[in-house]
Design a protein around this ligand. Structure first.
Ligand code: SF4
Length: 315
């Protein structure tokens, strides 16, 4: 049985100017110990999907339909109190922007120890000891428990935030753009840390990013999102070596390659307004292969090879 099973999930924002269908009929699953990379342009619903999985959609948004089953438990039916127990214990999140994710008035140790005291009944001494151990596990000195966030570099803060996501030993971590705002050297160190914790903790990770090269480094499978929908999903090898969806091809063609002299191409236009997405295939106004049927009818997900699914009328 999959660790996470998401079926026909809809997350809508009910605004005064209309309903924003940020995540619309999204279906995917995740095995134990698997890393799923979630990619797409900004505004395609990746972060909303991550927040929805952990039950943190701010009003006026809410889960409007579908199901999220984590280890046999239907999360969309839980009360906020029940969900609070699942959050961090079973599923945790690394939020975008580590620079602002820590409370500036508390020490790192206090912020790491607090959930252990509240959720697991640890004494303060035990919790601080566990916090120090975890800091070592993410490559920091255990004495960092005494430091305040302003005393840390960007990379150190990101490591603390990663340690925080692991503090209650969750089964699934959602990492939302965890390397944004870090320089390339620190980014590479953080990616190595993700690989290490994935293996050591046998974690399942949903790695959200617009940077496909990061996904290629870490993900077992890749899901490409466009305008609130998953348009292609498959193993990293399948999606990177043999992409089918024109949007996926466009994203891959826009990655600069040092060794090749080909011109970088880009996808013309911008993602649609999700209050009134185009009918049929939502990518049709930007797709060079659009046909009449694409403007009228939405394509269903179809298997193009074992484990590789695409929503496109070309296949
Ligand atoms: Fe392009 Fe049509 Fe495929 Fe959409 S369904 S990606 S418009 S070919």
């Amino acid at each position: 049985m999959a660790l996470l099973d998401v079926k026909k999930l809809k997350i809508y924002y009910y605004t005064l100017s209309g309903i924003v269908k940020a995540v619309d009929n999204v279906t995917f699953s995740l095995e134990k110990g698997e890393v799923l990379g979630l990619a797409g342009e900004s505004g395609c619903g990746k972060s909303t999907l991550g927040y929805g999985l952990i039950g943190l959609i701010p009003p006026p948004g809410r889960v409007a339909g579908g199901s999220i089953v984590l280890d046999g438990k239907e999360l969309t039916k839980l009360s906020s109190e029940e969900l609070r127990k699942v959050r961090w214990n079973e599923i945790s999140m690394i939020f975008q922007g580590a620079m602002n994710a820590l409370n500036p008035v508390y020490t790192v140790g206090f912020q790491l120890a607090e959930p252990l005291i509240i959720h697991k009944g640890f004494t303060k001494r035990e919790a601080l000891e566990r916090a120090a151990e975890l800091l070592e596990a993410v490559g920091l000195h255990r004495n960092m428990v005494r430091r305040y966030p302003h005393e840390l570099s960007g990379g150190q803060k990101q490591r603390v935030v990663i340690a925080m996501s692991l503090i209650l030993n969750p089964k699934l971590v959602i990492a939302d753009e965890p390397t944004t705002a870090l320089d390339v050297v620190v980014q590479a160190q953080i990616m190595n840390l993700f690989k290490k914790i994935k293996n050591e903790y046998r974690l399942s990770i949903i790695f959200i990013t617009h940077d496909l090269s990061l996904i290629a480094e870490i993900a077992d499978r890749v899901a490409i999102m466009y305008a609130g929908k998953i348009v292609e999903i498959g193993s990293s090898e399948q999606v990177f070596n043999n992409p089918y969806h024109p949007y996926t091809k466009g994203l891959l063609n826009s990655i600069p390659r040092i060794r090749h002299k080909e011109k970088i191409t880009w996808i013309p236009g911008v993602p649609p307004d999700l209050r009134a997405p185009p009918p049929g295939c939502r990518f049709h106004p930007r797709c060079p292969y659009a046909m009449d049927v694409c403007r009228r009818e939405e394509p269903e997900m179809k298997a193009v090879e074992p484990g590789h699914y695409v929503a496109c009328w070309l296949y």
